[in-house]
Design a protein around this ligand. Sequence first.
Ligand code: ZN
Length: 149
Amino acid sequence: MSDPRELYQQVILEHNKKPRNFGRLEPHTHAAEGHNPLCGDQLELTLFVKDGIIEEVRFQGHGCAIDVASASLMTTSIKGRSLEEAGLLAEQFRAMVRGELDPAREPHSLGRLTLFQGVKDLPVRVKCAVLPWATLHSALAGEAVASTE
Ligand code: ZN
Protein backbone atom coordinates (compact mmCIF):
# COMPACT_ATOMS: atom_id res chain seq x y z
CA MET A 1 0.00 0.00 0.00
CA SER A 2 2.97 2.34 -0.31
CA ASP A 3 2.11 3.18 -3.92
CA PRO A 4 0.08 6.41 -3.69
CA ARG A 5 -1.74 5.58 -6.91
CA GLU A 6 -2.95 2.28 -5.49
CA LEU A 7 -4.05 3.95 -2.28
CA TYR A 8 -5.89 6.59 -4.29
CA GLN A 9 -7.78 3.93 -6.25
CA GLN A 10 -8.69 2.07 -3.11
CA VAL A 11 -9.96 5.17 -1.33
CA ILE A 12 -12.04 6.21 -4.36
CA LEU A 13 -13.62 2.76 -4.61
CA GLU A 14 -14.23 2.56 -0.90
CA HIS A 15 -15.91 5.98 -0.69
CA ASN A 16 -18.10 5.13 -3.68
CA LYS A 17 -19.28 1.95 -2.08
CA LYS A 18 -19.87 3.61 1.28
CA PRO A 19 -20.13 7.39 0.91
CA ARG A 20 -19.73 9.19 4.25
CA ASN A 21 -22.36 11.68 5.41
CA PHE A 22 -24.72 10.75 2.59
CA GLY A 23 -28.24 12.16 2.67
CA ARG A 24 -29.99 15.41 3.41
CA LEU A 25 -29.69 17.37 6.63
CA GLU A 26 -32.90 18.67 8.25
CA PRO A 27 -32.83 21.24 9.65
CA HIS A 28 -29.92 22.91 7.93
CA THR A 29 -28.56 26.45 7.84
CA HIS A 30 -26.92 26.31 4.41
CA ALA A 31 -27.70 24.45 1.18
CA ALA A 32 -26.67 24.47 -2.45
CA GLU A 33 -26.84 22.30 -5.54
CA GLY A 34 -23.89 21.65 -7.79
CA HIS A 35 -23.85 20.62 -11.43
CA ASN A 36 -21.03 19.58 -13.68
CA PRO A 37 -22.62 19.44 -17.16
CA LEU A 38 -19.38 18.13 -18.65
CA CYS A 39 -19.66 14.82 -16.80
CA GLY A 40 -23.26 14.81 -15.53
CA ASP A 41 -22.33 15.04 -11.86
CA GLN A 42 -25.07 16.44 -9.64
CA LEU A 43 -25.06 16.91 -5.94
CA GLU A 44 -26.91 18.65 -3.18
CA LEU A 45 -25.08 19.80 -0.09
CA THR A 46 -26.73 20.67 3.21
CA LEU A 47 -24.89 22.03 6.24
CA PHE A 48 -25.63 22.96 9.80
CA VAL A 49 -23.39 25.79 10.94
CA LYS A 50 -23.39 27.09 14.50
CA ASP A 51 -21.13 29.79 15.95
CA GLY A 52 -18.95 29.67 12.84
CA ILE A 53 -18.37 25.90 13.09
CA ILE A 54 -19.63 23.33 10.58
CA GLU A 55 -21.36 20.97 12.98
CA GLU A 56 -22.98 18.70 10.40
CA VAL A 57 -22.77 18.24 6.66
CA ARG A 58 -24.46 15.85 4.23
CA PHE A 59 -24.49 15.38 0.50
CA GLN A 60 -26.64 13.45 -1.91
CA GLY A 61 -26.86 13.12 -5.65
CA HIS A 62 -25.22 11.09 -8.33
CA GLY A 63 -21.95 11.42 -10.11
CA CYS A 64 -18.86 9.67 -11.30
CA ALA A 65 -16.51 7.90 -8.92
CA ILE A 66 -14.19 10.88 -8.48
CA ASP A 67 -17.07 13.26 -7.78
CA VAL A 68 -18.68 11.02 -5.16
CA ALA A 69 -15.37 10.18 -3.48
CA SER A 70 -14.38 13.84 -3.44
CA ALA A 71 -17.73 14.83 -1.88
CA SER A 72 -17.50 12.05 0.68
CA LEU A 73 -13.94 12.95 1.71
CA MET A 74 -14.81 16.63 1.73
CA THR A 75 -17.58 16.09 4.27
CA THR A 76 -15.27 14.15 6.59
CA SER A 77 -12.61 16.87 6.20
CA ILE A 78 -14.79 19.89 6.96
CA LYS A 79 -17.02 18.49 9.70
CA GLY A 80 -16.13 20.19 12.97
CA ARG A 81 -14.02 22.84 11.24
CA SER A 82 -14.56 26.58 11.30
CA LEU A 83 -15.82 28.35 8.19
CA GLU A 84 -12.38 29.95 7.78
CA GLU A 85 -10.63 26.56 7.91
CA ALA A 86 -13.11 25.06 5.44
CA GLY A 87 -12.61 28.01 3.08
CA LEU A 88 -8.85 27.59 3.25
CA LEU A 89 -9.14 23.86 2.55
CA ALA A 90 -11.34 24.61 -0.47
CA GLU A 91 -8.72 27.00 -1.84
CA GLN A 92 -5.88 24.55 -1.25
CA PHE A 93 -7.82 21.65 -2.79
CA ARG A 94 -8.65 23.65 -5.89
CA ALA A 95 -5.04 24.79 -6.27
CA MET A 96 -3.76 21.22 -5.81
CA VAL A 97 -5.97 19.57 -8.46
CA ARG A 98 -5.14 22.39 -10.86
CA GLY A 99 -1.45 21.75 -10.32
CA GLU A 100 -0.89 25.15 -8.70
CA LEU A 101 -0.03 23.75 -5.28
CA ASP A 102 2.43 20.94 -4.77
CA PRO A 103 1.51 19.34 -1.44
CA ALA A 104 4.98 17.78 -1.18
CA ARG A 105 6.69 21.18 -1.28
CA GLU A 106 4.25 23.76 0.02
CA PRO A 107 2.55 24.07 3.40
CA HIS A 108 -1.08 22.98 3.49
CA SER A 109 -3.64 21.40 5.78
CA LEU A 110 -5.17 19.00 3.25
CA GLY A 111 -4.44 15.77 5.12
CA ARG A 112 -5.97 12.79 3.30
CA LEU A 113 -7.28 15.10 0.59
CA THR A 114 -3.80 14.95 -0.95
CA LEU A 115 -4.91 11.57 -2.33
CA PHE A 116 -6.60 13.60 -5.07
CA GLN A 117 -3.40 15.22 -6.28
CA GLY A 118 -3.21 12.77 -9.20
CA VAL A 119 -6.36 14.38 -10.63
CA LYS A 120 -4.21 17.22 -11.95
CA ASP A 121 -2.99 14.83 -14.64
CA LEU A 122 -6.58 14.07 -15.71
CA PRO A 123 -7.88 17.45 -16.94
CA VAL A 124 -11.45 16.21 -17.64
CA ARG A 125 -11.70 14.98 -14.05
CA VAL A 126 -10.59 18.21 -12.37
CA LYS A 127 -14.13 19.61 -12.47
CA CYS A 128 -15.52 16.38 -11.00
CA ALA A 129 -13.16 16.62 -8.03
CA VAL A 130 -13.75 20.35 -7.56
CA LEU A 131 -17.57 20.26 -7.83
CA PRO A 132 -18.26 19.42 -4.16
CA TRP A 133 -15.92 22.24 -3.08
CA ALA A 134 -17.52 24.70 -5.52
CA THR A 135 -20.91 23.69 -4.11
CA LEU A 136 -19.61 24.23 -0.57
CA HIS A 137 -18.44 27.69 -1.56
CA SER A 138 -21.89 28.51 -3.00
CA ALA A 139 -23.70 27.17 0.06
CA LEU A 140 -21.59 29.22 2.46
CA ALA A 141 -21.89 32.31 0.25
CA GLY A 142 -25.68 31.97 0.24
CA GLU A 143 -25.91 31.04 -3.44
CA ALA A 144 -28.34 28.25 -4.29
CA VAL A 145 -26.62 26.78 -7.32
CA ALA A 146 -23.04 26.05 -8.25
CA SER A 147 -21.85 25.09 -11.68
CA THR A 148 -18.41 24.19 -12.87
CA GLU A 149 -19.16 25.85 -16.23
ZN1 ZN B 1 -17.61 13.46 -12.91
